[in-house]
Design a binder for this molecule. Sequence first.
Ligand SMILES: [Zn+2]
Length: 489
Amino acid sequence: MNKNSLPSALAGLEPEEVWRYFAAIAAIPHGSGNESLLADYVCRLAAAAGFACKRDSAGNVCLYVPPSPGCEHAPVVVLQGHLDMVCEKNDDLDFDFMRSGIQLVQDSGWIRANGTTLGADNGIGMAAALAAAFSSGIERGPLEILLTADEERGLKGAMDFDPSWLSGRILLNLDSEKTGAVCIGCAGGGRVTVRLPISCEPVPAAHAAIAVRISGLRGGHSGLNIHENRGNAIKLLAALLNTVRSMDISLCSLTGGDKHNAIPREAAAVLSLPWSQIEQLRIRLDTAYGALARGCPQEPAMMMSITEIDPQQKAAPCSNFSRMLDLLQALPSGVLAMSTDIPGLVETSCNLAAARMQGSMLYIDLMPRSSHIAGLDTVTGQIQAIAGLAGGDCSSEKPYPGWEPRLNSPVLHCVETVHQKLFGVKPHLEATHAGLECGIIGEKCSGMDMLSFGPDIVDCHSPAEKVLIASVEKFWLLLCGVLENIAKM
Ligand SMILES: [Zn+2]
């Protein structure tokens, strides 16, 4: 590669080969869905070195790197990362992620971008894989470098790649964000939608319409934040409305939540009831909300609003309203089980993600997650049973698989040994309740021994994203040490 291409923000940084590849990657636009120029670059590097390279219609790339001299009989190691980055920028910045390279800035021991995401997630991991492939002086066996497309929008590349591409059964995923730790497992997840038929009837002329809204909740990621007991706006609204179900109320609309993987921050219902009962409704809701809010000290910015709006034409009658409330209250939400193997890890959870009344149907989206497929099946079965009892049904997509920790893995033992030798301590073993590409790759390639590590990257997916310069060297030393160690295995 061009030796004069290192931008001034990276001048003099070690390990030079990793930073050079990172600079080259950062200069090429590579947001999710726009990875082809970066894939071209990787294929050009492979061609120049005479290495085989595969590419598929999903945008995934795999590079086949021969062993260094003397390591011909070493096991094949798969180095894996993702090509794409999240494109976020500050509102006041004019920046086109489709055309412009990332501007790198050195700032108090960190590298960040100038008002945009940096793409250290997963640019540093890719750079390290390329440096391991193309730098001389590293003792390593043959490598298969799998770089997937479109990871950030739902692990799409990993879902589409052809498992026959990989002959190696040791996989080092380089998409982690904390030194001193090694990730050894992740949760699987599914998407379930419950449907409850409702009848909508004309609203009597003497009825008023009241909109009740709960907002200001923290929300968050349904895998990474579910153990924090954050408020679920739909669950809280259902609990609130349950306190007034004895009144003569019909339901004109119900909405809340958005994405499967986000804890809902807002939910709203439009109620129809006789004018004469409005004052009583307000008083009862205010009292009930006070009690609800006292039970949610973790949501200090939560608010309820009650607004009178124009009378509505149609509404689901009182009996339907009660059934909907029963269903929303019965469906599981939050942490359902903790792991007994890894302290602090959520094993099974469910996010009641969204609810909406549409025509003569109430739809409720849920996302169960679990470290074990059995846990996922149990929650999905529970949702099905509750939907059936309420008079509805449900449909589910094929869940994506989890990655079960293997505490007796030979590769884990190797990484622990190298880490101890380099840094004087064993790494922390971690697993995540979010989904990772390893879960999908492990299901496709049976017998794969996997783990994940990386440098220190903070505030990923936001313009504040930055990578700690010193941690890139630690990451590189660990990668080289592990490759050398495996070559002797
Ligand atoms: Zn990533």
